[in-house]
Design a protein around this ligand. Sequence first.
Ligand SMILES: NC(=O)c1ccc[n+]([C@@H]2O[C@H](COP(=O)([O-])OP(=O)(O)OC[C@H]3O[C@@H](n4cnc5c(N)ncnc54)[C@H](O)[C@@H]3O)[C@@H](O)[C@H]2O)c1
Length: 279
Amino acid sequence: MILDKFNLKDKVALITGAAGLLGIEHASALLETGATVILTDISEQKLQDTKKKLSNYYDEVKQNIILYVMDVADLRSIHGVSAQLKKNDIRVDILINNAAIDPKVNNKIDSLANSRLENFSLSEWNKQLSVGLTGTFLTIQVFGTMMSSDGKGGVILNIASDLSVIAPDQKLYENKLLPKNKQPVKPITYSAIKFGLIGLTKYVSTYWASDGVRCNALSPGGVYNEQNKDFVTKLSSLIPLGRMAQPNEYRSAVQFLCSDASSYMNGHNLVIDGGRSVL
Ligand SMILES: NC(=O)c1ccc[n+]([C@@H]2O[C@H](COP(=O)([O-])OP(=O)(O)OC[C@H]3O[C@@H](n4cnc5c(N)ncnc54)[C@H](O)[C@@H]3O)[C@@H](O)[C@H]2O)c1
């Protein structure tokens, strides 16, 4: 049966940034296909809330939800979780690198001007890259090394963005009340991180291929999360399907990419963006 290939029973998946908007969706996708999920994030409270929500939906498998506070920008924190897992005889079969510092454009005037390339600080650049890009390298170094060294292999999935294949359209963030030099923008870090993740994905996909470790990227388009109406209308007009994504519309792709259903897919960037990047 083809659906058997999606079965993740007896598999353990570790998700970074699991307490955010999409993290809970990735966790749902994996719980639905039988996996045990290790939810990691920097916020203990958000992790507890996420577990509560998931336990309500998936009462019968709530014992398959494990929580760890883990900062992907801190190698010691990652090693700490890895050591705990080892102690408890838990092997990570699937790693989803999803954590990011949310650079969503908000309307605070200070942050608007500071997000512009001309004013973007080195400390902000380093902070955002340390999570989105370096953090992905570090988790891959720790958990990918384990996957590749015991003969059992594994799956690594890096969450990128439609902005891993196209540049941001800064007109989306335009505020007609502000002068040109104060216009909000999607920060340069976002493009650097997301394009960087694709390079990293391709590198890892060949590096451990002979050890049975596959590595792919998933590039979601913008997810509707009650953003302001003007933004939603403008973005929707750039998307051939005419709308933003619902948060749960990436679940089946996660199930595919993390299971044997995609056993011959390696080094790929699966872009799911309603067709935005086709134009
Ligand atoms: N939401 C979208 O529209 C969208 C679109 C395309 C791509 N993405 C990508 O999907 C991923 C998830 O996005 P989201 O919308 O759920 O974002 P989110 O901000 O809701 O969640 C990100 C999570 O990462 C956590 N985090 C931040 N710093 C961390 C650190 N140092 N260590 C561990 N965790 C940390 C945060 O606490 C948060 O829970 C991101 O990589 C994002 O770039 C999102």
